[in-house]
Design a protein around this ligand. Structure first.
Ligand SMILES: Cc1cc2nc3c(=O)[nH]c(=O)nc-3n(C[C@H](O)[C@H](O)[C@H](O)COP(=O)(O)OP(=O)(O)OC[C@H]3O[C@@H](n4cnc5c(N)ncnc54)[C@H](O)[C@@H]3O)c2cc1C
Length: 116
């Protein structure tokens, strides 16, 4: 998705099939998700409730900095990313390693903002 500079607000566009194109308002989606309420139908129990699958698509994040490709100066780490592994320390490693990388780069960006 790319930000549509011709439109005001947080409008992003994406090419669809057959040359079609669609636009979405990221803020409206975020607000919709925030307001979303649902009943949990079931779960597999505490023993297996270890890590969340899904999250921010890794293709939409710069691997070397963990900065969003969609929203400049927004960094992601840990389980927020669509990364998960079997138990055995791998998920903790993901959390620590991505936390360090995202934190360092967010700090650098705060000290030296990118010219727009
Ligand atoms: C029971 C259990 C056992 C596990 N065992 C293992 C294991 O053996 N080996 C392994 O590698 N991994 C294990 N994991 C997974 C591992 O612990 C997690 O993947 C890792 O801790 C994720 O780190 P995180 O920082 O991404 O998220 P979290 O540790 O979930 O941290 C997110 C933090 O954000 C806070 N937060 C949430 N919303 C807000 C908000 N709106 N504002 C401010 N703060 C907010 C939360 O309170 C929380 O402190 C286990 C997990 C569980 C639940």
């Amino acid at each position: 998705m790319t930000r549509d500079e011709n439109r005001t607000g947080n409008i992003y566009s994406k090419e669809g099939r057959g040359g079609s194109k669609f636009w979405v308002d990221i803020r409206a989606i975020a607000e919709g998700i925030r307001q979303w309420r649902f009943d949990i139908a079931g779960f597999v129990g505490y023993e297996r409730a270890v890590v969340t699958a899904g999250g921010v698509d890794c293709d939409e994040v710069v691997a070397k900095t963990l900065e969003s490709r969609l929203v400049p100066s927004l960094f992601f780490c840990g389980e927020v990313l669509d990364l998960d592994a079997d138990t055995g320390g791998y998920n903790l490693h993901i959390a620590f390693a991505t936390g360090r990388l995202a934190g360092r780069n967010a700090c650098q960006r705060a000290l030296k903002p990118r010219k727009m």
